[in-house]
Ligand binder design. Structure first.
Ligand SMILES: NC(=O)c1ccc[n+]([C@@H]2O[C@H](COP(=O)([O-])OP(=O)(O)OC[C@H]3O[C@@H](n4cnc5c(N)ncnc54)[C@H](OP(=O)(O)O)[C@@H]3O)[C@@H](O)[C@H]2O)c1
Length: 237
């Protein structure tokens, strides 16, 4: 039986992925701040879910992860789905700060802990949910887009490190467009995927050990477009 941890399993994409993993005979450690949501998942399959309820921005993530891995008996896969961000046209520092605390500081601690664990073990698969938002900046949610750019870049660095080890360590960067969860914010949303569809596609990317996966898949086209829009035009959008 394979072992996995999902950080941010209480709702949205992480919650759906948790259900898919137990259906596919993984033993899964699930985390998030809302313990009731974790209890609900555990009730659906008490044998294969283990719970650890904690806030990634205030707790020692490395300690929490070590405890959870010991409880589930190992680790083959870690999915980092916890994330936050808000529209912040007035540049309120509290909003930017809480985004950075989770999407940058806690993210770094979690992916580094995971990489080191997998390197020592000689194998493993790290998946993090970044965003299409990480491709360019945003006047509406500056910290959110910048933090997602950090994640994309950081994961690329870890992928280089993984290749150098010559061990079967895989790093997958999932970049959703819009998915129908509380995180989908702002006007003019389009191509909104259901969280069920998003999780199913992500599981497909995990099985193929993809380097980068766009969710839904056609968001790859938007990514290409975003990358080629000249700065002179982009700054007016
Ligand atoms: N939905 C979209 O349109 C979209 C698009 C692009 C990228 N994404 C990314 O996808 C990822 C998953 O988001 P989602 O769409 O599934 O939204 P979601 O339903 O709001 O899920 C966010 C998860 O993050 C957890 N979380 C938030 N703050 C936390 C903290 N301080 N400590 C620990 N866990 C925390 C939440 O759990 P608790 O509140 O219980 O702690 C929840 O499980 C995020 O990284 C998001 O940026 C989403």
């Amino acid at each position: 039986m394979k072992r996995a941890i999902i950080i941010g399993a209480t709702s949205g994409i992480g919650n759906e992925l948790s259900k898919i993993l137990v259906e596919n005979e993984y033993k899964v450690g699930i985390t998030g701040r809302r313990k009731t949501e974790l209890d609900n998942l555990k009730e659906s399959n008490s044998k294969n879910f283990s719970i650890s309820s904690f806030d990634c921005t205030t707790e020692n993530n490395s300690e929490k992860l070590t405890e959870l891995v010991n409880e589930i008996g190992g680790l083959d896969l870690l999915i980092l789905s916890s994330g936050t961000g808000d529209l912040n046209e007035k540049l309120e520092f509290d909003i930017e700060n809480s985004t950075n605390k989770l999407n940058v500081i806690a993210f770094t601690e979690i992916v580094d802990w995971t990489f080191n664990y997998f390197e020592k073990q000689g194998k493993g698969h790290l998946i993090a949910i970044s965003s299409i938002a990480g491709i360019r900046g945003s006047r509406i949610a500056p910290a959110y887009n910048a933090s997602k750019a950090y994640q994309i870049n950081y994961l690329e660095g870890l992928r280089q490190k993984a290749t150098k080890t010559k061990k079967p360590i895989y790093i997958t960067d999932i970049r959703p467009g819009f998915v129908d969860t509380d995180m989908a914010k702002g006007e003019g949303q389009f191509w909104v995927a259901t969280k069920e569809k998003a999780a199913k596609q992500i599981f497909g990317f995990i099985k193929k050990k993809k380097t980068v996966g766009y969710v839904s898949k056609r968001w790859r086209l938007i990514a290409i477009l975003l990358k080629v829009i000249p700065n002179g035009i982009y700054k007016r959008i």
